[in-house]
Design a protein around this ligand. Structure first.
Ligand code: FAD
Length: 465
């Protein structure tokens, strides 16, 4: 992804603020710039903006929101910051984490209030590592609904999204001030647009197998469930511009994707009493450690497979999610009246699965201690009929990226700012520290939405000091 000399830019088209990528990060940044009265253009490689955002469950964590207040949830900034820092074992940038948490509540209130984005507080279960209910999601629990609502809002406000527009090159001065971009069109056409500020909202490198093999080889053989357009362009431009990148070994994995159907099975099933076994019918981990690190753990099981085992109560919770309903529709979810019947249907060893289920039932009643350290007493024992799904581990998105300051401005290795370059979402260094274990549920959209908001505000301030 070349960076070309500023004096080779050849165009009469000039828009003060350009944004590469029209996922959640890009669209939130665009709405923010538009509110500030700045002309802005989103540039998106796909015919319809979707990105990884549309593939997600649309769960955005935030603290101190009006939706939380209405349900009596008390969630100060310090509590959310503490949860994020603890999950990342103190390896994330504390200043960025603090800033993101600070803006999270006002940003969700702005999206639901002023912008009419349909979000509700998810209060039917708590994701691992979150002290309280703080996930905000569209009613369908899909990122597709979130993307639809954001794109409609941009259209209503008259914000242009240039689609089928793949940014191949940036133009920059010797001081790394961005002066414009070059775009390739599907028909082979090439266009150039000048700008005064650029926001990189083109996510990470999950779709680029060479970069995945280079930076996170441990998950390279797992399936990738994110958007294929996320090719690491931001990081490669950043390298050429002299920007710093960090935590490139960090990623969000997932330990529960329906095998062959490639449908995300919500971790809510595990949080509410379900458990995972391997081909031998035996548990192999504490399922409450976090679904991200579980991706690698499942991938390391025999045949790289696991089975989610749960009951009707969990199944009904799963039905809240469109993805899960799709999995039921696709025949991925198997039901049986007994554990023996379930073992037969799933092709698992009967005796081992019965022994495992019996042990779990005992733990739920407070009998004995789980050797993996999970506390099963928070949910009632599983009850017939039982359910099972064959799942695999997956890479969802990468978490490393360009180093930014608390204003989402891209930094050089020496800590100085590039003149007019901003980054957010998967393009920027994430909130999860160095590895998969640092991913607290929702860190992806948290970085996309909140850093999009911050980048939009900072770009507007730069353009109109
Ligand atoms: C199955 C799944 C479920 C998930 N669930 C959740 C969840 O519930 N909560 C959560 O917090 N996170 C979740 N995530 C992670 C979350 O989806 C991402 O972290 C988030 O969507 C990133 O947003 P973004 O705006 O940075 O990138 P994206 O939404 O991927 O948008 C980037 C856009 O940039 C475009 N682009 C890239 N390069 C170029 C270029 N050179 N020129 C033009 N356009 C370009 C792409 O086409 C894309 O549309 C999930 C991920 C997956 C895969």
């Amino acid at each position: 992804m070349p960076v070309l000399p500023a004096d080779t830019l050849d165009t009469d088209v000039h828009i003060p603020a350009l944004i590469i990528g029209a996922g959640a990060c890009g669209q939130v940044a665009a709405l923010t710039l538009h509110d500030a009265g700045q002309p802005v253009l989103l540039i998106e490689r796909d015919p319809v903006p979707q990105g990884s955002t549309a593939l997600s469950s649309g769960m955005i964590p935030a603290c101190g929101t009006q939706l939380q207040a209405e349900k009596g949830v008390i969630d100060p900034v310090g509590q959310m910051r503490g949860d994020l820092i603890a999950k990342a074992k103190g390896e994330s940038d504390p200043a960025i984490v603090e800033r993101v948490c600070e803006v999270s509540g006002p940003t969700i209130d702005w999206l639901t209030g002023e912008k009419g984005i349909p979000l509700e507080l998810v209060d039917s279960f708590t994701y691992p590592g979150h002290s309280v209910h703080r996930m905000h999601a569209p009613p369908s629990r899909t990122g597709a609904e979130l993307m639809g609502a954001l794109t409609n809002r941009c259209a209503t406000e008259g914000i242009d999204i240039l689609t089928d527009a793949f940014v191949t090159d940036l133009f920059a001065t010797a001081e790394s001030a961005i002066t414009g971009v070059r775009i390739a069109r599907p028909d082979g056409g090439v266009e150039e647009i000048g700008c005064d500020a650029l926001i990189l909202a083109c996510n990470g490198f999950g779709g680029n197998i060479d970069m995945v093999r280079q930076y996170i080889p441990e998950i390279a053989e797992a399936i990738y469930c994110g958007h294929v357009g996320n090719q690491g362009d931001a990081i490669r431009w950043g390298e050429t511009l002299g920007a710093a990148a960090a935590d490139l070994g960090s990623f969000q994995g997932h330990g529960s994707v329906a095998h062959q159907h490639n449908i995300l099975i919500s971790w809510a099933l595990m949080m509410e009493g379900g458990f995972q076994v391997n081909r031998d019918g035996r548990r192999f981990s504490n399922e409450h450690g976090g679904y991200s690190e579980q991706g690698k753990i499942v991938a390391s099981q025999p045949d790289a497979l696991a089975w989610d085992i749960y009951d009707t109560r969990c199944h009904e919770l799963g039905l809240e999610f469109e993805d899960y309903r799709d999995a039921v529709e696709a025949g991925a979810v198997i039901q049986a009246d007994t554990i023996e019947g379930l073992a037969r249907e799933l092709g698992l060893p009967k005796d081992a699965l019965e022994a495992t289920a019996g042990g779990v039932a005992g733990f739920a009643q407070g009998l004995g201690q789980d050797s993996f350290g999970r506390d099963f007493t928070k949910s009632p024992p599983l009850a017939a009929p039982y359910f099972g799904i064959k799942v695999c581990g997956a890479l969802f998105h990468t978490q490393g990226g360009l180093v930014i300051d608390t204003a989402a401005r891209v930094l050089r290795e020496d800590g100085s700012r590039l003149p007019n370059l901003f980054a957010g979402g998967g393009a920027a260094r994430g909130l999860s520290g160095k590895a998969d274990y640092g991913y607290l549920s929702g860190n992806g959209l948290l970085a996309a939405v909140m850093l999009g908001r911050i980048a939009g505000q900072s770009a507007a301030a730069l353009l109109n000091p």
